[in-house]
Design a protein around this ligand. Sequence first.
Ligand code: GLU
Length: 446
Amino acid sequence: MKVRVRYAPSPTGLLHIGNARTAIFNYLYAKSHDGDFIIRIEDTDIKRNVVGGEQSQLSNLSWLGLDWDESPDKGGAYGPYRQLERLDLYKEYALKLLEMGYAYKEYKEGSTKFAIRFRVPENKEYVFNDLVRGTLRFQSKEVEDWIMVKDNGIPTYNFAVVIDDHLMAITHVLRGEEHITNTPKQMMVYEAFGWDIPTFGHMTIIVNEKKKKLSKRDHSIVQFIQQYRELGYLPEALLNFIALLGWSPSINQEILSLEEIIQNFDSSRLSKAPAMFDVQKLAYINKEYIKKMSHEDFVELCTPHLEKANIDVANKEWVSDLCSLLHDRTVYGAQIVELHHEFFHQAFVVEDEAIEFLKQEPNALNVIKAFKEGLTQSDFSANAIKDLIKEVGKGLEVKGKSLFMPCRIATTGILHGPDLPKSLSLLGKELVLDRIEKTLELMENF
Ligand code: GLU
């Protein structure tokens, strides 16, 4: 039988990390079994629907790199794919359950309107083999007769979901663990109709570093995909990170392309323990993906963030130099702005280790003076600065550390940093000469 799975969001807000994970695991399950991945919009809780909610779900899922076989926007043989467009179907099946005696009407006092309740069988045990948790058991006496259709004619989730999953030929239901206790109710409906019950798999919760369930009000963690998109995270990296929330491949590798994740995906490796949202790990993964980007792509990623921060990007060469200087240190696109500010506006301080170096280097003063001399004449291109350092070395017969370190320390205050000629070219003549002056003053007191 062909595997068919679905992601069934309610369009009640932006795509949350937890929902994205559900969608991703369903997608991976489908892809690794040559199956179909379906998106169904569960919009029957009308009061909670938000305008643009469906669009936000779909556009953020495709930004993450997912695609699907059937959905409200694509259509398909099992449509419609929005529950509010399927009300006639629910009505038809609710009437059948009434006729068969599995359900009964409950009239609103003094009204002709009625809700429909499912009649929960007595003394029955509901057992299912959860893909993640193994065998789970529920007793019918723990469940009271539950509302299938409200008195406004709209079905509740537990009823509509069964009708849809059955009619859409869904074979596997992977969803969040908050739905475990709904499962016996849904099994009752399958059994009443004599339908095959799909395989269920309930994924564990996601917790923060304090082991508390992620709540949408927890502002220590960015939780909506849209926000990551706006911050300049890379979709491949975010997908990679989310796929590791509650799943691990058997190979010892964390940076995985979507292809590699699909190849290695094995639902028996879905974790039973809560998945910890490790902010550092996300930063690490995103940084790795950013490092692998081409220079051009990185410039393209950063430019809108610089613009948004009112940093002039008209000079393409300047932007390109800035980006190449900061590329290795950038964790996410918007961070380029912080790094830019740090680079240009940080107060100039010569660090202790650098002072020690200057004190014990006999050539330091001469190198710095000659370097300063040359810089006053320089056009300040990175190449000119590079040549100048060589010239200074030749003139004074100094090379290696004895040459480069004094130049670096006098202009940046630190022993290690990014490419020096490029950095100085970006900082500009005035600032660099001012720093050298400060260093020389400092050295007078040695
Ligand atoms: N609309 C439900 C939710 O968003 C779907 C649950 C399910 O997958 O059955 O939680």
